[in-house]
Design a protein around this ligand. Structure first.
Ligand code: PLP
Length: 438
């Protein structure tokens, strides 16, 4: 039996009416009773305003209740609430064109979210190449459906193993903790040559694709060295393997660009996205493919069909959301504020013995917490928690700061519209919390 979260008993007492008749993984995380929101804050049932330093699982990029998106959703509901996936619609045409423009890819297939997008990306890669295997990385999360869960290296896959066949995993560009006893310098070279060795052992003709997160998110914001993506792209080209980047968390402004890989000057063959595509206002994911794959599926069966593919209300929300990004210069704001965030995180690393490493790009960042900087012993074990992390969480909660904490990582991923003052307040509260466990 999996262990109960220590908070569970408390939830049963305090929030019983909200958790009795419906299921959510959040039941184990002591859910806050959320009643509304505005900008970077959301409100709870007792009238408290919480600063959302996690953007609702790194989704609500334009902030809570943006009036332009609400209006677009209402307008679409008034015009046409639903059209089956076999129909052409104005919104599907418009969003498809826009996604091609911002990604430089050719064509989109719409899904309900990130997991489904990754399922379809893997399926398309297998159909297009005729090869059965997909390489993914250990420190990755690609979703909670059977295939995308198996593709994930994250421990969340363990209870559903063996999952779907054909997934081969490799190590990550985790420069703070290189595997195989290597130094960071050795691993910068090794992280790609190791993948090449795996490809050779597996048989290049059996590998359809390598699928990686644009920037690894929930496994610790692993910003790769600058050389990583150009070398990975070259490796894929060498063996005619497709490069799939999962930009579900890292895409759509989180790092200050449409796609995280745009920082590294490479183009993937397939991109998956969700979350920031609509800022979470409506469920939507997309698989965006290059021209060769698009052409292939003009004449070959895509082997699937989702009733809600291209749901008009979701597409209308995405179109309005993208307009907000552009009209309000949000990515520029992310790039500017990201510099300030980086400076503050570096200062925390200097100030606190428990901050072992900080990683950041745009408004996508994490503090990696340790018991000892020299040994790098984590403040909580991999796939576990600790009294220190509990203390940190309790302090932030007491200050109505909503933060994403996992293992020994404290993430800072606020809405992209957060002001400097709001961000500074949030970070001040992280500092107060760190002081308690330092
Ligand atoms: N891929 C990544 C990188 C994610 O972070 C997530 C969700 O957190 C997913 C895929 C799954 O997306 P969804 O929850 O929309 O199915």
């Amino acid at each position: 039996m999996p262990e109960m979260h220590p908070d569970s008993q408390h939830i049963i007492e305090e929030n019983r009416e909200f958790t009795m008749f419906s299921w959510s993984v959040q039941n184990q995380a002591n859910p806050i009773h959320m009643t509304g929101g505005k900008g970077s804050h959301f409100f709870d049932g007792s009238g408290n305003a919480w600063l959302d330093m996690a953007s609702q699982l790194v989704s609500i990029n334009v902030g809570h209740q943006h009036p332009k998106i609400l209006q677009a959703i209402k307008d679409q509901v008034d015009t046409m609430c639903f059209a089956g996936p076999g129909f052409a619609t104005d919104v599907r045409a418009e969003l498809g064109r826009k996604l091609s423009e911002v990604t430089g890819l050719a064509k989109s297939f719409f899904t309900l979210g990130g997991s489904e997008a990754n399922e379809n990306a893997m399926k398309m890669a297998r159909l297009y190449t005729g090869r059965p295997k997909i390489i993914t990385r250990y420190r990755s999360y690609h979703g909670a459906t059977m295939g995308s869960m198996t593709a994930s290296g994250d421990p969340r896959r363990w209870p559903v193993e063996p999952g779907v066949p054909g997934i081969v995993r490799v190590f990550d560009p985790y420069m703070y903790r290189p595997p195989l006893g290597m130094t960071a310098e050795q691993w910068e070279e090794g992280c790609i040559s190791h993948i090449e060795e795996v490809i050779q052992m597996e048989g290049p003709h059996t590998i359809a694709a390598i699928m990686v997160e644009g920037i690894t998110g929930s496994n610790g914001v692993l910003v790769p060295p600058d050389s990583y993506y150009p070398r990975l792209r070259a490796l894929c080209d060498k063996y005619s393997i497709l490069l799939i980047t999962d930009e579900v968390m890292s895409g759509f402004g989180r790092t200050g660009t449409w796609l995280a890989t745009q920082h590294y000057g490479i183009k993937p063959d397939i991109v998956t996205c969700a979350k920031g595509l609509t800022s979470g206002y409506m469920p939507l994911g997309a698989v965006i493919v290059n021209d060769k794959i698009a052409d292939y599926f003009e004449t070959h069966f895509l082997a699937g069909g989702l009733t809600y593919s291209g749901h008009p209300v979701s597409l209308a929300a995405a179109i309005a959301n993208i307009k907000v990004y552009e009209e309000e210069n949000i990515f520029e704001h992310v790039r500017e504020l990201g510099v300030h965030l980086g400076q503050r995180l570096e200062a925390m690393k200097r100030k606190f013995a428990c901050v072992g490493d900080v990683r950041y790009i745009g408004l996508f960042s994490v503090l990696e917490l340790v018991k000892d900087k020299a040994t790098k012993e984590p403040l909580a074990p991999f796939n576990g928690t600790s009294p220190e992390m509990g203390k940190l969480a309790a302090h932030l909660k007491s200050k109505h700061i909503y933060a994403m904490l996992r293992f020994n990582w404290a993430f800072v991923c606020p809405p992209l519209v957060i002001t400097k003052e709001e961000l500074d307040h949030g970070l001040d509260m992280y500092e107060e919390a760190l002081a308690l466990v330092d």
